[in-house]
Each structure stands twice: as structure tokens, then as C-alpha cells.
Design a protein around this ligand. Sequence first.
Ligand code: IMP
Ligand code: MG
Length: 182
Amino acid sequence: MNEYSEKVIIDEDEIKRRVAELVISIADDCPGGDLVVIGILKGSFIFLADMLRLMYLHNLRPQVDFMILSSYGSSTIPSTMIKIERDLSVNIEGKFALVVDDILDTGRTMLYVKERLKWLEPKMIKTCVLLDKPARRKVEMKADYVGFEVEDRFVVGYGLDFNGYYRERPYVAVLEEQPEAE
Ligand code: IMP
Ligand code: MG
């Protein structure tokens, strides 16, 4: 197996600052303070938890729920099929729904979730991602709140994984392949 080294592109302090700004923007758009925060697992859990812990400072009263989605495809055919593995259990009818994911890549996941949630008749649906990779977009999708725009490189950390690893890193990094030892 090849070894990878990590190059940090967004450090812990930058993330902290930006997360605080995002929560302020969300609070500005959410008069009354009631909202349902919907995390897309697994990638969103760290970002979501950090945002959530700042919400009481801005008089937000979040309920929290999670969705698990899986996408189907192969390495040659980019995945276009998305399936819900776990659906919402909190009622969002007439409420402010905030969908949180780690990254907006092709945009397919977020578009699918938005379309699905519309049927549940929330008052408003807003979308929030830590990272946005606009160069990769395959469908028309823009998030309402974006932490950072990143280049078209595979990133890990702060919830984002590579083969299930690296999610626990407190920063966002790109992986660089190390030449194999002789
Ligand atoms: P989308 O439907 O293509 O926008 O896919 C978004 C999902 O793909 C994210 O929730 C991530 O789980 C995964 N993903 C996309 N790009 C990256 C990356 O650079 N690193 C880790 N996961 C990624
Ligand atoms: Mg994900």
C-alpha cells in the first residue's frame, strides 16, 4: 500500500473562525431561532457538532436529525443513483430546515436531499457545507452557506475521509502520495 503524507490546507484556527461566522449568518436568516439541523452522515458529524455548540450563543434552538445516503456507481461510471439508507425522523413541516454536509462536490447528494425534503413542506430549506469544490459540479447546485472554497483535489480531515480514515483530524488536508521506498 502506498503511504500518503498530509498537507494541511485549512488549519484548526481558520476552521474555528469560519464556523463561528457561519453560525452568525444562519442566526441572521432564522428569526425566532427554531430550526431543524439535518446532518448528512457520515461526513458532516464533526462540522455539525461544532456549529451546534455555538448556536445557543445566538439564541438558536436547534433540533437535530441525520440522514444516511449511499450512492451507486463504479469507478468508470460516476454514481448517479442515490439511495436513502436512513431517512428523517423529526417532523420538518412548517419549519426552518438546515441541511449540513461536509463538501459539495458533484452536487448530486445535496440536490437529492433538497428535492426529498421539499415534499415534507418545511417553511424554508437552507444548505450548509464546510467545503465547496465548484470545479467538480455536475448538477446545478449552490449551497447557502459555504465554509471554504477548495480546488479540485481530494481532501480529508474534519469529518472527510479517505477509505474511512482521517475523519478525526482537526484540520483539512490534501493527501500527497509518497514515493514507494526502494
Ligand atoms: P456529491 O454528491 O458529489 O456532491 O458528493 C458529496 C460527497 O462525496 C461528500 O459528502 C463526501 O462524502 C464525498 N467527497 C467528495 N469529495 C471529497 C473529498 O475530496 N474528500 C472526501 N470526501 C469527498
Ligand atoms: Mg459524505
